[in-house]
Design a binder for this molecule. Structure first.
Ligand SMILES: Nc1ncnc2c1ncn2[C@@H]1O[C@H](COP(=O)(O)OP(=O)(O)OP(=O)(O)O)[C@@H](O)[C@H]1O
Length: 646
């Protein structure tokens, strides 16, 4: 080399070594240097140690097992990074000391650019194990050594360090063993690579488990995972709560210890490769009450075999689903007492009682003519007490008699032909946690009244076709325009139900008895309508004002609202005059059909057919059964009333 000959032409030098010598010479490495002392500065070295922490700790822990062997055979073992910086040195004290003399110690940079050809430099360059006998090293100080180096690769195949075993060549008697040292260092390198991989996988798994556990603990549904033998792997917080057990106590226990036979059967079927279970309605006992759940069971598949490795079981409170359905289905109360307009003594008295009783869970009966604001009151009462719960309204007058029962109580799967396959919760179940508004309670069929009474007394409901009870917690606000007490006398309303509902009876006065409320409401509606149709709010002329106040308003607030819609739309030049009012106000007569429940038999029949059609989803056989008609008659009536299927 000192005579600038090309070492590649020599037959006794390996080409890889020859090329490395040329690179070393090009880097102006001094082969005669006495120590290798190119140190990384302490700050950079400490940053490097931090960065390589996992590699250093794993290697150090692993080579600890071989320290006796290293000491006995005078080997020195080094770990370098991918640039040749020494990170770790292990071996007998004597060896460590003698190598330290030529600066082989942590933080020294033994790169090809600085110290020329070495075993680990070649190993980094070629990404493969290398054994180098003394004179092949570029620097003279290393020429007594024999070293074997292996690269340590990460998962992407990049070199992250090298493991080197070095020995003084001087000890001739141990030279034979050197052939083994390469194999030894290679297997150690592999072992360290695998340890790093496993550690990384374990770390990722721990993180994944942590994320999963945290996620499951936030889910407000009970989730239980079981293995294929039926042992519980995991149960989330809600699951443990549902079954009333501490979560850590159940891991490893058989799920059959927790669940009921019907639930066990479903899970067992899924574990044997059966179909997943979707929304199976079931109950779980909790503190002496049976609570309703939808149960779902899904198999855990490994993507290769069809046979499940386990199952995930999910329990969702039906109540939550019902509440969601009720909410999405518009079962919300929009109005509060703030929305009730009026300052008349009659209205103020009603509001005072309603506000007072409304805050408590008592049932309330609202009594007043149609359109006086009974539903408005019911919503305001609901919002006082349980605004977050559902507000479920049912009008007993407009619902076909034979549907009221299933609407109220719900029905079980297969309760009658045409019933939905999975059964359906009734309005009472849907009102759980909120308010059930029974409008026109006087029209509740007498035969259903005792069942309703039982529900109110026992706070539990049994669906049609079922034989188990579902606990329900709701408040009834009933409304009627009829004299219920008189109906009790006439035996068309049950006395016991009447007394149950009428402890707090609130009369809602008709508009004609509410004095100044009439004009307050008229102005309120005029403003609202003008805003809606985007016009200037019109004034009321003194003559029109007089007509509005003096009219007896048989249709109450609803009629007043309609009259104002008419007037605002007719008004010109920002003024409502007499001529802009509806005829019945001008000529002071009660309009026809003021009571929306006074319908002709034909209209009633038409309504019943339409309701049955919607209810049975166009199933004519079922419609005919509900309506008590022959199918031919039903078809004739459909034609006669020109009712089309939806
Ligand atoms: N005091 C009031 N303030 C504001 N709006 C009112 C008032 N009273 C009634 N209304 C309005 O009048 C209309 C009829 O009221 P609501 O439906 O509550 O009466 P109701 O007595 O339940 O009628 P029905 O018995 O016919 O069902 C609604 O649009 C309601 O918002």
């Amino acid at each position: 080399m000192s005579h600038h000959k090309d070492p590649r032409t020599s037959s006794c030098i390996y080409p890889e070594v020859a090329e490395s010598w040329i690179r070393s010479r090009n880097c102006k490495v001094n082969p005669y240097m006495e120590s290798l002392g190119f140190y990384l500065n302490p700050k950079d070295f400490s940053a490097l140690m931090k960065e390589k922490k996992r590699l250093i700790e794993t290697t150090s822990a692993y080579i600890k097992n071989f320290i006796p062997l290293l000491t006995a055979s005078d080997y020195l073992m080094c770990l370098t990074d991918e640039h040749g910086v020494i990170l770790l040195v292990e071996g007998s004290e004597k060896e460590i000391e003698s190598f330290a003399k030529i600066d082989v110690r942590p933080s020294v940079i033994l790169s090809e650019e600085l110290v020329g050809t070495t075993a680990h430099a070649l190993c980094i360059h070629h990404r493969k194990p290398v054994q180098l006998i003394g004179p092949y090293n570029y620097c003279i100080v290393l020429q007594d050594n024999i070293s074997s180096a292996t690269p340590i690769l990460d998962e992407s195949g990049d070199v992250i360090g090298t493991l080197v075993v070095v020995q003084m060549l001087a000890k001739k008697d141990l030279q034979d063993m050197q052939s083994h040292s390469l194999g030894w260092v290679i297997s150690m390198g592999y072992a360290i690579e695998n340890l790093l991989k496993t550690k990384k996988q374990n770390y990722s798994l721990r993180i994944m488990n942590g994320i999963l556990e945290a996620t499951l603990s936030l889910v407000d549904q009970g989730i239980v995972t079981v293995n294929k033998e039926g042992q519980i792997n995991h149960i989330n917080k809600e699951g443990a709560k549902i079954f009333g057990i501490p979560p850590h106590d159940v891991t490893g226990r058989d799920f059959r210890e927790l669940m009921k036979p019907e639930q066990i059967l479903l899970v067992a079927q899924v574990l044997q490769g059966g179909k997943p279970v979707q929304d199976f309605e079931t109950t779980i006992a909790h503190e002496q009450t049976e609570r309703q759940f939808f149960m779902n069971v899904k198999p855990v598949l490994d993507g290769q075999e069809e046979v499940p490795k386990g199952a995930v079981i999910r329990f969702v409170r039906t109540e939550k689903v019902d509440r969601l359905i009720a909410h999405r289905g518009g079962a919300r109360a929009m109005y509060t007492f703030e929305d009730i307009i009026g300052t008349s003594p009659a209205l103020e008295r009603a509001m005072k009682v309603a506000k007072h009783v409304g805050k408590r869970p008592y049932n309330i009966l609202l009594n007043g003519e149609s359109g006086t604001g009974k539903e408005l009151f019911a919503q305001a009462i609901h919002n006082l007490y349980r605004s977050e719960g559902p507000f479920v309204a049912i009008n007993c007058a407009s619902m076909p008699r034979n549907l009221i029962e299933s609407e109220l109580f719900g029905y079980e799967a297969g309760a009658f032909t045409g019933a939905e396959r999975k059964g359906r919760p009734g309005k009472i179940e849907l009102a759980n946690g909120g308010t059930l508004f029974l409008d026109e309670i006087g029209d509740m069929p007498i035969e259903i009244q005792p069942v309703l009474l039982r529900v109110l007394e026992d706070k539990r409901v049994m669906r049609l076709g079922s034989n188990s009870y579902i606990p329900v917690d709701f408040r009834v606000v009933a409304a009627t325009s009829k004299n219920l007490y008189q109906m009790v006398q006439e035996k068309s309303f049950r006395e016991d139900l009447y007394f149950r509902l009428s402890i707090f009876k609130i009369p809602i006065a008709p508009l004609r008895d509410r004095g100044d409320d009439i004009i307050l409401l008229a102005k309120h509606f005029i403003e609202e309508i003008s805003r809606k149709i985007k016009c200037k709010v019109p004034e009321i002329s003194p003559e029109a004002y007089k007509k509005i106040v003096e009219y007896s308003w048989p249709g109450n607030v609803r009629q007043l609202e309609n009259a104002m819609v008419y007037a605002v739309n007719m008004a010109q030049d920002g003024m409502i005059k007499i001529s802009h009012l509806p005829d019945e106000l001008i000529y002071n007569y009660a309009p026809n059909n003021i009571n929306k429940h006074l319908l002709s038999i034909r209209e009633l029949e038409k309504m019943a057919i339409k309701d049955a059609m919607a209810y049975t989803r166009n199933n004519t056989m079922e419609m005919a059964r509900i309506l008590g008609l022959g199918r031919t008659t039903l078809y004739r009536k459909l034609k006669e009333y020109d009712i089309k299927f939806e």
